[in-house]
Design a protein around this ligand. Structure first.
Ligand code: ZN
Length: 387
């Protein structure tokens, strides 16, 4: 690999890190930069904006306009830096001891930079099959960008054969991960004076019973673990991450909301939990709430239900990944990615990217320059397969 290529990737990464694309902020400045970059290379580019127009997905294609080919996919957003103790400006890339420091260097702008540097070389080739780029928004908060992009690809009749998602795996080939379902369950009770608890409906106390049921389900899920599961832990998990409600010690709580998540190993885990919750709410909680106040109720909002990446016997993406990395085995991981959404859309998907998940989301996030080198080598082999 030429020294110029790694220097180009580093230079691009420095630019990408300087865009503070934290999930709740706009990513448009960075998307415009990447779109201009790819357009100048002759790529066909389209942007897909979200509802309020502050964020966009970028999809670009080099090579012929036909079915097949490979998508290189990554998210444009990064997690916040508030409350983290950084020893340098997180949005100014810093090179030290063979590492590049900065928010997103590892998760996952390092991969995006490698994609753009590779695009510059691929544009010079006569590609027989298309090389696509999918850069999404809002991955860190529920994969909303990728979900919208899958609908748009179907609408435009764009049918890549395989997708390579460059989340940080230390360049290991990853063929499976759990899903990630996120929910907020809101409890509406009836406020009243603390001295007469039976005259009101205490939303916090019903939320507590709901949480206890969730914890029981978490135990039951352990028994549902599939034999030979390679996941750690091997079963689907449930976790309550935030609770808020009530007005004060001597007031019966009128509202409570519970933010919780589930990581299903298989879609049937999700169905099992949802059915059990629905029955519990209908038979146990609602009757006693409504006996005091007919207006009382419980509502669960689906924040996002991102399917896991299922390990499949035949996988074009895995075959390609083995060929271009030289790996002969694939693993599974506990963290979620957009790969499951590609698979659900009928596009064979695999995960392999530079940097370690250990550094993701942490202060002083970094990627080893050697990891970027390995990634560029892999992408060079990929483009030579598309000639
Ligand atoms: Zn990521």
């Amino acid at each position: 690999m030429s020294a110029a290529l790694i220097e180009d990737a580093k230079h691009i990464l420095e630019k990408l890190v300087a865009f503070p694309t934290i999930s709740h902020e706009s990513n448009l400045a960075m998307v415009d930069y990447m779109a201009d970059f790819l357009r100048q290379l002759g790529a066909r580019v389209f942007l897909q904006h979200n509802e309020d127009g502050r964020k966009a997905n970028l999809f670009a294609t080099l090579g012929p306009q036909k079915d097949g080919g490979v998508v290189l996919s990554g998210h444009s957003d990064v997690v916040p830096v508030e409350g983290q103790d950084w020893s340098s400006d997180p949005f100014m890339m810093l090179e030290s001891n063979g590492r590049l420091y900065g928010r997103g260097t590892c998760d996952m702008k390092g991969f995006l930079a490698c994609c753009l540097a590779t695009a510059r070389e691929a544009a010079e080739l006569n590609l027989e099959r298309p090389l696509h780029f999918a850069f999404t928004y809002d991955e860190e908060v529920g994969c909303f960008g990728a979900q919208a992009l899958m609908r748009e690809l179907a609408r435009r009749n764009i049918k890549p054969a395989a997708a390579l998602i460059g989340e940080p795996t230390m360049m290991q080939v990853i063929e499976g991960h759990k899903g990630c379902y996120e929910y907020t369950t809101n409890f509406v009770g009836l406020e009243g004076h603390g001295s007469g608890p039976d005259l009101g409906v205490n939303a916090i106390q019903y939320a507590a019973r709901f949480i206890t049921h969730l914890m029981d389900l978490g135990e039951e899920l352990k028994d549902r673990a599939m034999a030979g599961s390679r996941f750690d832990p091997p079963w689907a998990t449930i976790q309550v991450g935030r609770i808020s409600g009530g007005a004060g010690r001597n007031i019966i709580a009128g509202h409570c909301s519970v933010e919780w998540e589930m990581r299903p190993v298989q879609p049937s885990d999700g169905a099992f939990v949802k059915e059990s919750l629905e029955t519990f709410i209908r038979q146990q909680l609602l009757p006693s709430m409504k006996a005091v106040s007919p207006a009382a109720g419980i509502e669960t909002i689906i924040v996002g239900e991102v399917e896991g990446l299922q390990v499949v016997a035949q996988s074009e993406a895995r075959d390609i990944a083995f060929e271009i990395t030289g790996a002969n085995g694939a693993d599974v991981v506990a963290f979620g990615t957009e790969a499951g959404l590609f698979q659900e859309a009928g596009i064979s998907a695999i995960i392999c990217g530079p940097g370690s998940i250990e550094q993701a989301h942490k202060p002083n996030e970094f990627v080893d320059i050697d990891q970027l080198r390995s990634c560029l080598k892999m992408l060079a082999r990929l483009q030579s397969k598309l000639i």
